[in-house]
Ligand binder design. Structure first.
Ligand SMILES: Nc1ncnc2c1ncn2[C@@H]1O[C@H](COP(=O)(O)OP(=O)(O)OP(=O)(O)O)[C@@H](O)[C@H]1O
Ligand SMILES: [Mg+2]
Length: 233
Protein backbone atom coordinates (compact mmCIF):
# COMPACT_ATOMS: atom_id res chain seq x y z
CA UNK A 1 0.00 0.00 0.00
CA UNK A 2 2.65 2.53 1.07
CA UNK A 3 6.28 1.68 0.42
CA UNK A 4 8.80 3.95 2.08
CA UNK A 5 12.12 3.43 0.33
CA UNK A 6 15.46 4.73 1.61
CA UNK A 7 13.87 7.84 2.99
CA UNK A 8 16.10 10.42 4.67
CA UNK A 9 15.38 13.69 6.37
CA UNK A 10 17.59 16.33 7.86
CA UNK A 11 17.50 20.00 8.71
CA UNK A 12 20.66 21.89 7.74
CA UNK A 13 23.62 19.73 8.71
CA UNK A 14 21.56 17.64 11.14
CA UNK A 15 20.35 14.21 9.99
CA UNK A 16 17.13 13.16 11.69
CA UNK A 17 16.89 9.70 10.14
CA UNK A 18 18.30 8.17 6.97
CA UNK A 19 17.65 5.20 4.68
CA UNK A 20 14.32 4.43 6.29
CA UNK A 21 12.71 1.53 4.42
CA UNK A 22 9.36 0.18 5.56
CA UNK A 23 6.08 -0.98 4.01
CA UNK A 24 2.69 -0.19 5.49
CA UNK A 25 0.04 -2.63 4.28
CA UNK A 26 -3.76 -2.41 4.44
CA UNK A 27 -4.89 -4.03 7.68
CA UNK A 28 -1.65 -3.25 9.49
CA UNK A 29 -1.32 -1.20 12.65
CA UNK A 30 2.24 0.06 13.10
CA UNK A 31 3.68 1.98 16.04
CA UNK A 32 6.42 4.55 15.66
CA UNK A 33 8.21 5.08 18.96
CA UNK A 34 11.43 6.75 20.06
CA UNK A 35 12.58 9.66 22.16
CA UNK A 36 11.12 13.14 21.90
CA UNK A 37 12.82 14.94 19.03
CA UNK A 38 13.85 11.75 17.21
CA UNK A 39 11.66 12.63 14.25
CA UNK A 40 8.44 10.63 14.61
CA UNK A 41 6.14 13.53 13.72
CA UNK A 42 8.46 14.51 10.89
CA UNK A 43 8.24 11.00 9.43
CA UNK A 44 4.42 11.05 9.68
CA UNK A 45 4.44 14.49 8.06
CA UNK A 46 6.50 13.15 5.16
CA UNK A 47 4.11 10.19 4.66
CA UNK A 48 1.15 12.59 4.88
CA UNK A 49 2.78 14.91 2.31
CA UNK A 50 2.97 17.83 4.72
CA UNK A 51 6.76 17.80 4.62
CA UNK A 52 9.26 16.70 1.99
CA UNK A 53 12.01 14.17 2.71
CA UNK A 54 15.62 15.08 1.85
CA UNK A 55 16.00 11.86 -0.17
CA UNK A 56 14.18 8.63 -0.97
CA UNK A 57 10.74 7.63 -2.19
CA UNK A 58 7.25 7.12 -0.77
CA UNK A 59 5.33 4.90 -3.17
CA UNK A 60 1.55 4.67 -3.18
CA UNK A 61 -0.40 2.90 -5.94
CA UNK A 62 2.84 2.68 -7.90
CA UNK A 63 3.55 6.40 -7.80
CA UNK A 64 6.35 8.20 -5.98
CA UNK A 65 4.44 10.71 -3.88
CA UNK A 66 7.56 12.75 -3.10
CA UNK A 67 7.28 13.97 -6.70
CA UNK A 68 3.62 14.96 -6.43
CA UNK A 69 2.55 18.46 -7.38
CA UNK A 70 0.05 20.52 -5.41
CA UNK A 71 -3.01 18.99 -7.05
CA UNK A 72 -1.95 15.36 -6.49
CA UNK A 73 -1.04 16.19 -2.90
CA UNK A 74 -4.48 17.67 -2.36
CA UNK A 75 -6.19 14.59 -3.84
CA UNK A 76 -4.16 12.19 -1.70
CA UNK A 77 -5.00 14.13 1.46
CA UNK A 78 -8.66 14.42 0.54
CA UNK A 79 -9.34 10.94 -0.80
CA UNK A 80 -6.88 8.59 0.86
CA UNK A 81 -5.55 10.07 4.08
CA UNK A 82 -6.87 10.55 7.59
CA UNK A 83 -4.45 12.54 9.76
CA UNK A 84 -4.86 12.70 13.50
CA UNK A 85 -2.66 15.63 14.47
CA UNK A 86 -0.79 16.02 17.76
CA UNK A 87 -2.67 19.33 18.21
CA UNK A 88 -6.04 17.97 16.85
CA UNK A 89 -6.32 20.59 14.03
CA UNK A 90 -10.05 21.16 14.49
CA UNK A 91 -11.91 24.28 13.42
CA UNK A 92 -12.02 26.01 16.82
CA UNK A 93 -14.78 28.49 16.13
CA UNK A 94 -17.28 25.91 14.87
CA UNK A 95 -19.45 23.19 16.35
CA UNK A 96 -18.54 19.54 16.78
CA UNK A 97 -21.03 18.66 14.01
CA UNK A 98 -19.55 21.20 11.59
CA UNK A 99 -16.10 19.74 12.16
CA UNK A 100 -17.37 16.26 11.35
CA UNK A 101 -19.39 17.36 8.31
CA UNK A 102 -16.13 18.50 6.69
CA UNK A 103 -15.12 14.84 6.59
CA UNK A 104 -18.28 13.76 4.74
CA UNK A 105 -17.63 16.04 1.76
CA UNK A 106 -14.89 14.06 -0.02
CA UNK A 107 -17.08 10.93 -0.10
CA UNK A 108 -19.80 12.75 -1.98
CA UNK A 109 -17.42 13.98 -4.65
CA UNK A 110 -14.72 11.43 -5.26
CA UNK A 111 -14.83 8.49 -2.95
CA UNK A 112 -18.43 7.31 -2.91
CA UNK A 113 -17.71 5.13 0.12
CA UNK A 114 -19.76 6.06 3.16
CA UNK A 115 -17.97 6.22 6.46
CA UNK A 116 -19.68 6.10 9.82
CA UNK A 117 -22.60 8.44 10.56
CA UNK A 118 -21.69 11.47 12.66
CA UNK A 119 -23.91 10.53 15.62
CA UNK A 120 -22.57 6.98 15.67
CA UNK A 121 -18.93 8.13 15.52
CA UNK A 122 -19.52 10.57 18.40
CA UNK A 123 -21.11 7.82 20.44
CA UNK A 124 -18.14 5.51 19.86
CA UNK A 125 -15.69 8.12 21.18
CA UNK A 126 -17.85 8.80 24.26
CA UNK A 127 -19.27 12.14 23.04
CA UNK A 128 -22.86 11.15 22.23
CA UNK A 129 -25.17 14.12 21.75
CA UNK A 130 -22.42 16.76 21.80
CA UNK A 131 -22.94 17.80 18.14
CA UNK A 132 -23.96 21.39 18.88
CA UNK A 133 -21.11 22.30 21.23
CA UNK A 134 -18.35 24.65 20.11
CA UNK A 135 -14.90 23.10 19.76
CA UNK A 136 -13.25 25.81 21.88
CA UNK A 137 -15.56 24.87 24.77
CA UNK A 138 -14.29 21.28 24.79
CA UNK A 139 -11.39 19.96 26.83
CA UNK A 140 -8.18 18.85 25.11
CA UNK A 141 -9.08 15.18 25.49
CA UNK A 142 -12.57 15.80 24.11
CA UNK A 143 -11.10 17.61 21.11
CA UNK A 144 -8.73 14.70 20.55
CA UNK A 145 -11.73 12.36 20.43
CA UNK A 146 -13.65 14.65 18.04
CA UNK A 147 -10.60 14.48 15.74
CA UNK A 148 -10.80 10.67 15.84
CA UNK A 149 -14.55 10.75 15.19
CA UNK A 150 -13.86 12.91 12.13
CA UNK A 151 -11.59 10.16 10.78
CA UNK A 152 -14.22 7.49 11.47
CA UNK A 153 -16.71 9.54 9.46
CA UNK A 154 -14.23 9.94 6.60
CA UNK A 155 -13.13 6.26 6.57
CA UNK A 156 -9.81 6.81 4.81
CA UNK A 157 -7.55 4.02 3.48
CA UNK A 158 -4.51 5.37 5.35
CA UNK A 159 -4.54 6.77 8.88
CA UNK A 160 -1.59 8.59 10.45
CA UNK A 161 -2.06 9.29 14.15
CA UNK A 162 0.36 11.48 16.10
CA UNK A 163 0.16 10.78 19.85
CA UNK A 164 -3.56 9.94 19.64
CA UNK A 165 -3.76 9.17 23.36
CA UNK A 166 -1.58 12.07 24.51
CA UNK A 167 -4.35 13.97 26.31
CA UNK A 168 -6.45 11.02 27.45
CA UNK A 169 -7.09 9.08 30.64
CA UNK A 170 -6.73 5.30 30.67
CA UNK A 171 -10.35 4.47 29.72
CA UNK A 172 -10.47 6.93 26.81
CA UNK A 173 -7.01 5.88 25.62
CA UNK A 174 -8.26 2.29 25.52
CA UNK A 175 -11.28 3.40 23.45
CA UNK A 176 -9.03 5.23 20.99
CA UNK A 177 -6.68 2.31 20.48
CA UNK A 178 -9.68 -0.07 20.16
CA UNK A 179 -11.06 2.15 17.38
CA UNK A 180 -7.73 2.39 15.54
CA UNK A 181 -7.42 -1.41 15.83
CA UNK A 182 -10.93 -1.82 14.36
CA UNK A 183 -10.11 0.52 11.50
CA UNK A 184 -6.99 -1.46 10.68
CA UNK A 185 -8.91 -4.76 10.96
CA UNK A 186 -11.36 -3.30 8.43
CA UNK A 187 -8.47 -2.88 5.97
CA UNK A 188 -7.05 0.51 6.79
CA UNK A 189 -3.25 1.03 6.97
CA UNK A 190 -2.53 2.77 10.29
CA UNK A 191 0.70 4.31 11.60
CA UNK A 192 0.72 5.69 15.15
CA UNK A 193 3.49 7.82 16.65
CA UNK A 194 3.31 7.20 20.38
CA UNK A 195 5.09 7.37 23.72
CA UNK A 196 2.42 5.13 25.22
CA UNK A 197 3.58 1.52 25.76
CA UNK A 198 -0.02 0.32 25.95
CA UNK A 199 -0.63 1.65 22.46
CA UNK A 200 2.61 0.17 21.19
CA UNK A 201 1.72 -3.23 22.61
CA UNK A 202 -1.60 -3.30 20.72
CA UNK A 203 0.14 -2.73 17.37
CA UNK A 204 1.26 -5.43 14.93
CA UNK A 205 4.79 -4.06 14.85
CA UNK A 206 6.74 -1.25 16.46
CA UNK A 207 9.55 0.79 14.94
CA UNK A 208 11.84 3.20 16.71
CA UNK A 209 14.11 5.90 15.41
CA UNK A 210 17.49 4.99 16.90
CA UNK A 211 20.82 6.59 15.94
CA UNK A 212 19.28 8.00 12.76
CA UNK A 213 17.93 4.63 11.60
CA UNK A 214 14.59 2.91 11.91
CA UNK A 215 14.83 -0.21 14.04
CA UNK A 216 12.13 -2.74 14.75
CA UNK A 217 10.97 -3.62 18.25
CA UNK A 218 8.82 -6.50 19.39
CA UNK A 219 5.55 -4.98 20.67
CA UNK A 220 6.02 -6.73 24.01
CA UNK A 221 9.78 -6.28 24.13
CA UNK A 222 11.30 -7.74 27.32
CA UNK A 223 13.32 -5.31 29.46
CA UNK A 224 16.73 -4.62 27.95
CA UNK A 225 16.24 -6.73 24.82
CA UNK A 226 18.29 -5.30 21.97
CA UNK A 227 16.51 -3.72 19.03
CA UNK A 228 17.09 -5.33 15.68
CA UNK A 229 18.08 -3.09 12.82
CA UNK A 230 15.82 -3.35 9.78
CA UNK A 231 17.09 -0.64 7.51
CA UNK A 232 20.82 -0.53 7.08
CA UNK A 233 22.23 2.87 6.24
N1 LIG B 1 11.15 22.85 9.96
C1 LIG B 1 12.10 22.46 10.80
N2 LIG B 1 13.30 23.06 10.83
C2 LIG B 1 14.28 22.68 11.65
N3 LIG B 1 14.17 21.66 12.54
C3 LIG B 1 12.99 21.02 12.58
C4 LIG B 1 11.89 21.37 11.73
N4 LIG B 1 10.85 20.52 11.99
C5 LIG B 1 11.29 19.70 12.96
N5 LIG B 1 12.57 19.98 13.31
C6 LIG B 1 13.37 19.29 14.33
O1 LIG B 1 13.34 17.90 14.08
C7 LIG B 1 13.38 17.18 15.31
C8 LIG B 1 12.31 16.12 15.30
O2 LIG B 1 11.04 16.71 15.51
P1 LIG B 1 9.73 15.82 15.59
O3 LIG B 1 8.62 16.74 15.92
O4 LIG B 1 9.61 15.01 14.36
O5 LIG B 1 10.07 14.86 16.84
P2 LIG B 1 9.17 13.79 17.56
O6 LIG B 1 9.92 12.49 17.56
O7 LIG B 1 7.81 13.78 16.97
O8 LIG B 1 9.13 14.37 19.05
P3 LIG B 1 7.94 14.33 20.16
O9 LIG B 1 7.98 12.93 20.72
O10 LIG B 1 8.39 15.35 21.14
O11 LIG B 1 6.65 14.67 19.49
C9 LIG B 1 13.23 18.22 16.42
O12 LIG B 1 14.48 18.41 17.04
C10 LIG B 1 12.78 19.47 15.69
O13 LIG B 1 13.28 20.62 16.30
MG1 LIG C 1 5.94 14.37 17.68
Amino acid sequence: MIDIVKLSKGFGTRTLWSDVTVTVNPGELLALVGPSGSGKSTLLNCIGLLDRPSAGQILHAGKDMTQFGRREIRHFRRDVLGYLFQNYALIENATVAANLEVATKPQRSARGKAGMAIAEALERVGLAGREKEMIHHLSGGEQQRVALARIMVKKPAVVLADEPTGALDHANATTVIDILREMSDAGCAVVIATHDDRVRDRCDAAFAVHENALVTQAPTKPEGAPAEQVSAS
